[in-house]
Structures are given as C-alpha cells and as structure tokens.
Design a protein around this ligand. Structure first.
Ligand code: BGC
Length: 734
C-alpha cells in the first residue's frame, strides 16, 4: 500500500512546513540515540573493546550496560532539534513524546525507530532461515506480529526488512537477509512490507518499514563487513536493486542508505543511487535515513574534507535524516547560509519525514495507551504458535542416510552440545526485546518430545571438550544428537569470519562421538552457510536449524520425531570449501564452464560446485518431477510440470522454476529463479503444477538500466533445487 496521505493530511504537512523555523526543520532531520554518559569505571569505547577482545564476556557487557547512565536529550527535544530517537519502552517513549508534543513550539511528534529484524518480543527465525520456508504468507504474518508488538512499546519504525543479496557466507550479515536470490528476496521484501505496513485498522497495528541497506552492502569485497563494493551496472539493476524496487513498489515508507561505497561513491552521499534511481526512477515517496554514524564516516572514506562537507554532500545527494552524528543539526544552517545547499532541498527532506509521521498517525495518536502497553505482558498463544510454525518451516534437512530420521519417540537419546541447553543462543543476531522466559531451548523441546533423552554438555563453539561427558553420552544413548554451530555473536554486524567451518573444537567433538560407533545426528545452529564438507562425508544425518527464535526447541524436536515433516530449503548455496566464496548458483556463464577437464573454470584443489545448492532440502519422503511443458501466449508463458510423491509419507515440497536466457546481448546467469509453488502430496499422489510467467519477466536490464526483451531461445527447469535436471527449451518472441 503506497504511502498516501489524504488531502487534509497533505495540507497539515504543508502548513507545518510554513510555520517551521530553519532550526526546527533541521531538527526533524536529526536522529539521536540515548547517549551513554557514564555509570561505569572505564570510557564506553574501552568497554566495547574489552568485550571485543574477550576481557569481559558479552553477558558481563550487557550487565554493565544496564547500569549505564543515559542522556535522552530532553532539552534538544524541547527545543525542536530532534526528529527521531531509538528507544523501546512505552513509558520512556511516552515521557519523551510528551516533551516533543506538549513542550516544543510546534508539537511535532518524534518517531521512535529500532532494529526489529526478526521479531520484537516473539523472536522468529533469522531472515536467511525464514526465506527458506518459501512461504510469503508466513513472512507477512511474522512481520505483522512484530509490528503490533513493537508498537505496544512505542516503536513505530522498524529498521527492516534487510534486503541485501549476499553471495559470500563469510559476511556475518548474511543472517539478516533473505539469501542470495533476487526473485526470492523480492517475494520476501514485498511480504515483509505488507506485514509491517498494511494493517491500518488501528495505529497500534502498523509501523513504517525501512529497507536496508541501500545498496550493494552484501557485495562487500571478500565478505569483510563495511568493505568496498564494485559492481557492473547490469548486476546492480538485475540483482541488487530488485528486492528494493519490489519493496518500494509495495509501498515501503523509508529506506536506509548503506555504509559501503558503490563503485567509489559511498551510498550515504550517492546522488545516483538516492536521487536518480530511488527517488526519481522508482518514485520512492518516503524518506531516507543514513546508517549509524555514516555521514561522519564519509570523511574517513576520504570523500569529504570535513564534517560540514560530508553533511552538504549527503543532503544534496538526497539523504533526508542523519542517524547519530549530529552533523545535520550542527552544520546545515551554515551550509545554507553559505549557499552550499538550498532551502528547497531541506524542505523536501522535511516534507518526506513529516509525511511518514502523518501516515503513521503519530500526530493524532502520539502516545502508547496503557492498555496497548500492557497487551503483550504475557505472550499470546497465537504469537508463540506462529513463531513455532515459522521455525518448523525454516528447518532444512541436509542429509538423512538410511532414513536414520525421524527418531522413534521412545528411543534412548544422548543430547550433546552446550548450544542445546541454551535459551539465549537460539535467538540469533539482532534481537533486542526478547525475554529469556519466552524461550524454549532445544534440550527443553526435546525433553518434551522424547521421554528417554538425557543431556550431556560435552562442548560447544567455544571452550574445551569434556571427555567424561562424551563417555557418558556414548554409554547411554542408542543415538547421539549433537547440537553444534555458531553462537549468535558469530554472525550479524561486524561478525565476518574467514574460516566458516564449525568453530572451535566442534569437529573434534564430532570425531569423538563417531568413534563410539553410535549413529550421530548433527543439528546445526548457525547464522550463515557453513562449510560442512567433512561433516557431510562422515555423518549419517544433518539438520540445518539456523537460529530459529523463541520456539526453536519444540520445532527441532517435532521435526526430529517426524511429528512435523521438514520442508525448508536453502536460500543460499553452501560452499564445499571456504575458497569457493563467493558462490551462487545464478552465476553468469563462462566460455569454459567448470568440468573435470583442466582448462575450465575450476580449482585444482577443491570442487567448483557447492556442497548443497540453493533450493536444496530433503524431507522424510521424496518427490519426482516429469512432463515439463511450455506454452506461449501473447503476454505470458505457462509452464507446467508434474510432481509426484514417490515416498511413503505425506509431505510438502516447494517446486522451483528456473530459466536460462540461452543467447542474449549480455552474458546471462546459467539459471535464474522465476517462481515457486508449495504443494502437499500424499504417498503416490501426483499433481500438475502450473506457473504463469509474464513475458516481461524474461527480460533483463542492460548496463544503462534499460529493460531488454530479446527474442530467442530460453530454457526452463523445474525441480526441487537449483540443480534440477528436468528442462525444456522454447523460442520466445516479444
Ligand atoms: C546497522 C544498521 C542498524 C543501525 C541502527 C547499524 O550499525 O548497520 O543495520 O539499523 O546500526 O541500529
């Protein structure tokens, strides 16, 4: 739903703009966070370093932060110098809002924003996992739930969805986004915007989405966070821009500019991406906020000579709100007096910001009512049920040799791994409002499902292996279930890893478990595609569990018992070796595609194919595809195929449609996802699935951003993963 104001609302925004002083206008463009002003013995920066270098633990850091003294900038708010704040507590929000509404000259409400990436109080799976559910209805519902919960804490603006296409699993932030495919990411983007924004039956039900990080952040060189980004323009238009364009079309209210430079120009000060593409070409009507401190960082990038210069470049490029540096509020008045920026530019930014506030209903309903603030004191059953469904649908079965899974409920199971007993680690990166009492650990979930289960910690991603535990685990269980992977701090922002195999001594632990001769099931808890070559070669069963949120425990347990059939698929390729990164199924063709032969696009020492490709995911039954047919209409194609459940259990399959533009004026990907269908089939049942593909979807953008629809041969593939082998070719004319 487009950000649309009524005539009356537009008039109110216009009247306000006329009444505002320059200082008040610039104030709206200023976002602040409560500043830490002390309350502990060392400076704040030192404290962060202490946590980073391990002198204090994460938990200790959090504990210290609770006692920190904070400045909420009340005087500035009263003075009309603040437009937005990052706070997440109804009482605090109401207190600060009251100052803005009742004590500032024009009474313009603040907009409170926060990183609500995968749930507010009810944390659901990280985005890379949820995308693998291939279920847009689910993606929309989880977003709508997060919107309602956060609004009850006064947060009317989510810094989400994160839409960065990410092909390099070393980058820690792959966890926050929908994977590497532009089509799937666009479906995800639209669903999230609908979920966050579309229930406008009450101002307590919707929030403003913020698409981030615009743009190219996920293509940071070598997967190192904040690193430089260079990309050909056809890649920009066809891949990285697509989810953003889809979300803008769906009506997203705000956008966050990314930290990185794109082909030499930081996105914070990039007139091409912000003005030409986003505002002019896509017609984005909302406002753009910088990423944290990014305006100041343009000086460090070496693109601005000082802070004033950075502010001038950012405003002129179309960046409407400054997150956290105070550069706009400190310098824009002078820049205007010097003729470096125009009043129209400022007015345009402020009009956009006020319009979003108006659209959110903040002018008429600035406060959180006490009834609303209490609404989620106890989490409603339906929220927990949705979180569990999301977790269950996101689990990916990677290997199941000899049908080791599902496990019988009365089996003697030794559950192993410190992650299994943790209520914290199931949450994943970027979740701030969850409560420990809402979380169900894997151990707790498994104990409910399997009465003969015993738990032995043995070891985890950090620390040593406890040999005595391993011995006990081995002597008790008929099967050993090991929960291993990454802590939640090992993915997310500033968490790139150069080695993406299982961290610490976990492979050694697996080796010890295998030596016992008992069957070993590996349950993974992690925030990125990992390199699992050794695990795949040695273990009979592997389940990708990601960080699934508050209901991870029951979800894993129910999939292991077969109460729920696994149905998730991978939203990104899993490399067979770190040296393959970046790896993505939809790569352009080379003149010498990789093969066993020497002079082809391959490595001497590692495979060139991923270990598990995009779309891969097993279940406790199997599916076969046949009878692919293509028929061409004037405006669209119809592609049909038959899917048959060839196993002996009822199961759900996501059928994927891929396309290859066989000959084109630019080298095109070997395959591109163009659609998917989720179907549930009884044993032996077959069904014909049908995809309608508008011919426009066969086109691509050239390096100048022009859509090209070129007659010629197209090959279509239908199957369960990006390695589907059922295919047909057709000559298409436009
Ligand atoms: C992150 C953003 C986030 C912002 C505000 C930055 O460090 O890159 O994703 O929205 O902080 O918390």
């Amino acid at each position: 739903m487009r950000l649309q104001l009524t005539e009356d609302q537009k008039e109110r925004v216009g009247d306000l703009l006329k009444a505002m002083t320059l200082k008040e206008k610039i104030g709206q463009m200023n976002q602040v966070s409560p500043s830490i002003v002390g309350g502990f013995d060392v400076p704040f920066e030192e404290l962060i370093e202490m946590m980073t270098d391990g002198r204090i633990s994460h938990e200790k850091f959090e504990e210290i932060m609770k006692t920190a003294k904070q400045d909420f900038h009340e005087d500035q708010i009263r003075d009309g110098k603040v437009g937005s704040l990052m706070v997440q507590d109804a009482k605090e929000v109401n207190r600060l809002q009251k100052i803005a509404v009742e004590e500032s000259r024009l009474g313009i409400p603040l907009i409170f924003g926060l990183d609500v990436i995968h749930g507010f109080r009810t944390v659901y799976p990280i985005a890379i996992a949820e995308a693998g559910s291939f279920d847009p209805d689910l993606m929309e519902k989880t977003a709508a739930m997060a919107a309602r919960e956060s609004r009850s804490a006064g947060v009317a603006w989510h810094f989400a969805p994160m839409l960065d296409i990410a092909r390099d699993a070393r980058w820690g932030r792959v966890s926050e986004g929908p994977g590497l495919d532009p089509y799937l990411a666009s479906v995800f983007a639209r669903a999230k915007v609908r979920g966050l924004q579309n229930d406008r039956s009450s101002t307590e039900h919707y929030v403003a989405a913020c698409l981030k990080h615009y743009i190219g952040y996920g293509a940071c060189e070598s997967g190192r966070d904040y690193n430089t980004v260079s990309m050909a323009m056809h890649l920009f238009y066809n891949t990285y821009l697509r989810p953003f364009a889809a979300a803008v079309e769906e009506g997203a209210a705000t956008v966050m500019a990314s930290f990185n430079d794109l082909n030499g120009v930081p996105c914070t000060v990039n007139p091409f991406t912000l003005r030409t593409i986003l505002k002019d070409s896509l017609g984005f009507p909302g406002f753009v906020v910088s990423d944290a401190n990014a305006v100041r960082e343009c000086v460090i990038h070496g693109i601005a000579k000082d802070e004033i210069d950075a502010g001038i470049q950012a405003v002129n490029a179309g960046l409407d709100m400054d997150m956290g540096t105070g550069i706009y509020s400190g310098h824009l008045a002078q820049a205007l007096a010097d003729g470096k920026i125009s009043e129209e530019t400022i007015d345009e930014a402020v009009r956009r910001i006020l319009s979003v506030k108006m659209w959110l209903g903040l002018f008429d309903h600035p406060y959180v009512s006490s009834e609303c603030a209490r609404r989620y004191d106890t989490l409603p059953e339906d929220h927990l049920a949705l979180a569990r469904r999301a977790a269950e649908e996101s689990i990916v079965l990677l290997k199941n040799e000899g049908s080791l899974l599902p496990l019988a409920r009365d089996q003697k199971i030794s559950l192993v791994g410190t992650l299994a007993a943790s209520r914290e680690e199931i949450i994943g990166a970027w979740a701030m409002s969850w409560r420990k009492e809402d979380c169900v650990s894997i151990r707790e979930g498994m104990e409910q499902e399997f009465p003969n289960l015993r738990y032995f910690p043995c070891g985890g991603p950090e620390g040593e292996i406890c040999k005595a535990d391993v011995d006990q685990a081995a002597s008790y269980g008929d099967v050993l279930v090991a929960v291993l992977g990454e802590t939640d701090a090992m993915s997310g922002e500033a968490s790139s890893r150069g080695d993406i195999t299982l961290p610490g001594k976990q492979r050694d632990l697996l080796q010890m478990l295998l030596k016992t001769g008992k069957p070993v099931v590996l349950i993974l808890m992690n925030g990125r595609p990992l390199v699992l070559d050794w695990e795949d070669a040695h273990l009979p069963a592997i389940v990708e569990g990601w960080h699934l949120g508050v209901q991870m425990g029951p979800a894993i347990a129910r999939v292991l018992s077969g109460a729920v059939m696994p149905q998730g698929k991978l939203s990104a390729d899993f490399p067979a070796a770190v040296g393959q990164c970046p790896i993505y199924y939809n790569h352009p063709n080379t003149g010498r595609p990789g093969s066993r032969s020497k002079f082809t696009s391959r490595y001497l020492d590692i495979p060139f194919k991923p270990l598990y490709p995009f779309g891969f995911g097993l279940t406790y039954t199997s599916f076969a595809y046949s009878k692919l047919e293509i028929s061409e209409g004037e405006k669209q194609l119809q592609i049909r195929a038959e899917v048959r459940n060839t196993g002996d259990r009822r199961g759900t399959e996501t059928a994927l449609l891929f396309m290859q533009d066989v000959t084109a004026s630019l080298v095109r990907p070997v395959r591109e996802l163009k659609g998917f269908r989720k179907i549930t089939l009884d044993p032996g049942e077959s069904r014909t699935i049908s995809f309608r593909l508008p011919k426009k979807e066969l086109g691509f953008y050239d390096n100048d951003g022009h859509l090209r629809l070129e007659d010629g041969a197209f090959r279509f593939f239908v199957g369960g993963s990006s390695e589907a082998d059922l295919s047909e070719e057709a000559e298409i004319t436009f």
